[in-house]
Design a protein around this ligand. Sequence first.
Ligand SMILES: *Cc1c(COP(=O)(O)O)cnc(C)c1O
Length: 370
Amino acid sequence: MNVKFLDLQAINQSFGKELTDASNGVINSGWYLRSSQTEAFEAEWGTYCNAKYAVGVGNGLDALRLVLMSWKIMYGWKDGDEVIVPSNTFIATALAVSQAGLKPTFCDVNQEDALICADENYLKSVITPNTRCIIPVHLYGKVANLNKLYEFAKNQGIQILEDACQSHGAKTDYKGNRTCAYSFYPGKNLGALGDGGCVTTDDKELATLVRNLANYGQTIKYLHDYQGLNSRLDEIQAAILRVKLRRLDADNQRRINIAKYYYSEISSEFAGKENNQLKFVADGSHVYHIFPYICENRLNTQQFLKENRIETQIHYPVPCHKQKAYHSYKDVKLKNAEFFAEHELSLPISPVMTDEAVEYVIRNLKNVNN
Ligand SMILES: *Cc1c(COP(=O)(O)O)cnc(C)c1O
């Protein structure tokens, strides 16, 4: 058996004619940007996310960057003001901060779930008088501890921007207003057939500013109040996303079931040791964009699986503070972020993965000799 890490061809083929019909509809309509499909998708995605406003943009990086650019204008933040970013994330989280003229402060994550450490004392130790924002990343599909984070942020006068690029459809019991950045990169739980992104928020002023900044900083046709970007969700992607959104909950449920299966059969190589396997969560707050398997000897495990035609990946092999792009942080030490960079191995998981494929992966994992 051959097990792909993520079979995008099979995923998109599983929608049958629906995707080609959707894109043909746009091709024949004569409208390719900022028209009815984007408007309809924004309305549907806003409703799905329980947010008053949804603004389609070009990609996830821009979604993050545009919110930061907007808040900089709204709240008078200065160049070089600081934003807290967990270091084990995809680099885009940090790039958005830098590209908005702000400065990332990399922080550590919890050992139990690889998410931003929301402990008040820890956060107090990383903020400074120049900290303006915290970006919790819902890594692997699991929502961070929003109740604690928003409470801390409120007390400190700090904004929270959620990097939800891996957590489409993940639930939270947090009841307040949220601002989230989404990516619809093809491999995400809700993926387009190209680039796409969205900002969701309950703040009308923010939504308007993001929309204007994403359209050359234009307020009225040919009147530009800001030096904006060109970052738009296009009509074909919006039409595709509308089709795929209808199946998102069912797809996420399949991911959760696969994760449950994995957890029931594979015990931690780290059981009883200092760093345990991440725990299975079935309350809908985790949609398993990634299935992280923590292994002591990753190279060996990955090689063995590869020999048995099972594809795996690593998310992420180098934490942001150890990247060349952020070389000025090279002496920073973040224990848990570095641990995950060394030991995380992402196993195949997707809505089209069969039970037989999951069983095959499990069988092989049990045969790894470390
Ligand atoms: C995918 C991703 C992004 C960036 O999204 P793009 O659409 O590729 O720009 C940002 N943050 C996280 C955590 C991601 O997984």
